[in-house]
Design a protein around this ligand. Sequence first.
Ligand SMILES: [Zn+2]
Ligand SMILES: [Zn+2]
Length: 226
Amino acid sequence: MDEVATGVYALSGLKMGRSYLIEDEDGLTLIDTSSPSASQGILDAIGAIGRSPDDLRTIVATHYHFDHTGNVAALVERTGATFCAHADDAPYIDGRVMWLPMQGIAGKFVDSGKRHYALRVDRELRTGDSVAAAGGMEVVHAPGHTPGSIALHARGRRLLFAGDAFMHLAGLMLPPSMSSHDLVEARRSVARLAELDFDIALPGHGRPIVGRANEKLADWSRRWLA
Ligand SMILES: [Zn+2]
Ligand SMILES: [Zn+2]
């Protein structure tokens, strides 16, 4: 676990998909939950910073995919946290809409826990909404990878939680086409995110981008995605 900014932890050693834990005086917020069977690892991370599971107030999923929502059910049950996701991904999370065929393969992961398809979204987010963590995080709709993909912009802290709007594995990259709904729209979302003011970008896969992250994103977007 790395503290990437004061009170902001990038969790490691979980399953697929990176999660971030934000510590505020009045409680904890978790951005994404990794793939199924990682809930104990997340609870261990909460313990490692000296907090208890009951301190987890809010869980935000940046989008519906199993590697971001995989432990929501277990964590909500254990902590009573409020679960938030964008309104356009809520139908995929609560089971009203089937996933893309590719996520049918991923569906194997969740087959043992069918409740994954019937998670209740406690709070549906939309652009302009804010989540009370890290001094206030603005919800930024960044569709393409999924219809309801979001980023969270902690303006005052100059942080961007990017979900799978882009990845940072072998350099910056778009999310895989096979798991994305609309890559043309995904490109546009990256260009819009690059206009925001942030110094650190925290992607759902790969390493945090630390230092002038918005400029790096804008540069990559202009060069490769134009
Ligand atoms: Zn992912
Ligand atoms: Zn995804």
